[in-house]
Every structure is written in structure tokens, then in C-alpha cells.
Write a new protein. Sequence first.
Length: 117
Amino acid sequence: VQLQASGGGLVQAGGSLRLSCAASGRTFSTFRMGWFRQAPGKERAFVASITWRGGNTYHADSVKGRFTISIDNTKNTVYLQMNSLKPEDTAIYYCAAGTQELGYQYWGQGTQVTVSS
């Protein structure tokens, strides 16, 4: 299984970025896909998740109204649209895939997002 995250970069506060996570290597139809982030000196934190079929989404309170997770099953790709970025959003962003029973089993390599003030 491979999860390839991309789309990170340097952006000014108030700007936008869209992260992508391309999934391959197995069937993900029963999986939930998630985005997490880890800021320097902090633990990894949940950002958002979506079922592979796209029916249910969850967003952390800290990003509600600014970030939106979505999925394109035809491309096996999960997206995280990030708007109104703040310096505190600076972190390495990871995508993950998992099941309710086993949790997030698979992790991508991470993509750096830096928001300047």
C-alpha cells in the first residue's frame, strides 16, 4: 500500500493550498481516509477524515469552516482544501488510511505546509 501526499508549500497567512493524497496497492472501498498534522514540538493531531465512498466527513474544530476534505474515487485520491491559512497551521501534513476495527494502518510520507505571518 502506498499513500503519496503532495501539495504542500510556503504560503502567506490568509492564503490557500490544496493537498492531495494518491492511494494505491489495494482496495480501499471499506476504508476511512484521514489527514493529520504534526507541528514542531507537538504531537500529531487529527485534521479531517472521510469515508472512501465519501458519505461521511469529520473536521477538527480548529479547521472547521476553513479546511475541506474530499475524495475522487476515480483517481484514488483524497484532497484537503485549506483556505484562510494561519501561521498556526504550519506543520507536516500526513494522509492515512484505515478501518474502524484496526484504526489508521497506512501512512503517507508527509508534506510540509508553512504559513508565514
